[in-house]
Write a protein that binds this ligand. Structure first.
Ligand code: ZN
Length: 461
């Protein structure tokens, strides 16, 4: 007998048949879905369940954000309109050099709050550029407290061009990563997975990459890294090792179904086939790629070749928000425009990328990504009774092209209601926002970065 019954005008199950159920319901017992079907029938079978009413609601699996950096939310708005190296050096490195555990925690809680509010229930995070070895705890604690599900990659590098304070030798990287895996992997009722990560190949030696990959295999936790993000990246690696980025990853034994590769904006057709053959998964970040001018990732070729592609926001320093719904629209219209073809990518495909394909990209499709009996009850409800959602004859189209995360009404993770009628239950919103505001003020002061609070030719009086 279910204890929770979530109803809706329309349920997008995202199951293998892509069933949509009008006047449907999802029955939940504990943390799992036990039945999906017509509301009238399920109400009879689960009479004692608490009902979340579904009038004017679109119900779908929680969104899966396949790539972000939750520590970056404090940097929001400070890195606009800069070339990548300028953005890295003068904004991200500089601020990250002064980010301690408290600051990381404040940023991570803010990112989690924003994701919860905008319908993300699972995310993959890349925690890199850290000087405080305990800062990672701030990320994991935020996930535990917020109720979200996350793959937290503890990322590192040991080579120039990352500045010295962020570099770790292989033995330190291994020790610290094992410390975090032992402390956090499988915690929060299994919602947290910790994995090792070389941030990218420019800043990681062969030995570091190989060692972290071995650790990932040993703990069976997968591996997350940035792949061929920019031409600069690709050329740098080719100059150093004489191979293309993806070929180099292959030679290190890193490609495979347990690798989540972020960006892949500058991969060739040959590299895409290598990724297909090794079942490497991709996190596509259309907003961040555009914000920093990486170029358009060839994801249409990847999709045609059968590569699994999920969607990511990337961190708030390069997006600048954590709303995956916005990335869904960006993804669709970016590739339509790039191909000069409005049929290049459909709303249906983009919703797959944000749900079931995202779950596959994270290696979690056996647990999340669709509304099916036996899966975790990670469920979101969009309000269709909004000016931008009417008419709602094709609400899945409205979801991609007309809505935003602000239209999310209810969020459930593992059977626990985290947002109800737009109100966040697991975090104190006012306190999280005030703490973050205070943390960035203190950080800017500490590292002497007041010049980042600028407005071009505009003047603040
Ligand atoms: Zn990234």
């Amino acid at each position: 007998m279910a204890d929770l019954l979530i109803e809706g005008d329309l349920i997008l199950t995202m199951d293998p048949d892509r069933r949509m159920i009008a006047d449907g319901a999802v029955a939940v017992e504990g943390s799992r879905i036990v039945e999906v079907g017509k509301a009238a029938e399920l109400r009879g079978r689960h009479a004692s369940a608490r009902v979340i009413p579904g009038r004017s609601k679109l119900v779908l699996p929680g969104l899966v954000n396949c790539h972000t950096h939750i520590f970056q939310s404090l940097y929001r708005g400070l890195g606009d309109d800069r070339p990548l190296q300028d953005w890295l050096r003068n904004v991200v490195y500089r601020l990250s050099g002064g980010l301690d555990l408290e600051g990381t925690r404040a940023a991570a809680r803010l990112s989690c709050l924003e994701m919860i509010r905008t319908g993300t229930t699972t995310f993959a995070d890349c925690y890199n550029m850290h000087v405080d070895k305990d800062g990672f705890h701030g990320c994991a604690e935020a996930v535990e407290e917020s109720g979200l599900r996350a793959l937290l990659a503890r990322a590192t590098g040991d080579l120039d061009p990352i500045p010295e304070p962020f570099r770790e030798d292989v033995s330190t990287a291994v020790r610290e990563c094992e410390r975090m895996i032992e402390r956090w992997n499988g915690r929060a009722d299994g919602r947290i997975t910790i994995c090792p990560s070389p941030t990218n190949l420019m800043t990681s030696s062969n030995e570091l990459v190989r060692t972290l990959k071995e650790m990932a295999s040993h703990y069976k936790v997968g591996c997350h890294t940035h792949v061929a993000s920019t031409l600069h990246n690709v050329n740098f690696v080719r100059k150093r090792v004489g191979k293309s980025y993806v070929e180099y990853l292959e030679s290190l034994g890193v490609l495979g179904p347990d690798l989540l590769a972020a960006h892949c904006a500058c991969v060739t057709d040959r590299e895409i086939r290598l990724m297909r053959d090794t079942e490497t998964r991709v996190a596509h970040c259309p907003v961040a790629n555009s914000y920093l001018g990486y170029g358009v990732a060839p994801i249409l070729t990847m999709l045609r070749e059968g590569v699994v592609v999920g969607l990511g926001t990337d961190g708030a320093a390069s997006n600048n928000c954590q709303d995956l719904v916005q990335s869904m629209k960006m993804c669709a219209i970016l590739h339509k425009n790039h191909m000069l073809d409005p049929s290049a990518l459909t709303a249906e495909k983009v919703i797959e990328m944000a749900t079931i394909d995202g779950a596959r990209a994270l290696g979690m499709a056996d647990r999340i990504g669709s509304l099916e009996a036996g899966k975790q009850a990670d469920i979101i409800l969009f309000d269709l009774n909004r000016p931008n959602m009417v008419p709602s004859l094709r609400p899945w189209s409205n979801l991609v092209y007309a809505s935003g995360g602000a239209d999310v009404d209810t969020v459930i993770v593992g059977g626990k209601v985290l947002v109800e009628k737009g109100r966040v239950l697991s975090l104190d919103e006012g306190e999280v926002m005030a703490t973050a505001q205070e943390a960035i003020r203190a950080l800017v002061e500490r590292v002497g970065a007041q010049d980042l609070v600028r407005a071009g030719a505009w003047k603040i009086q």
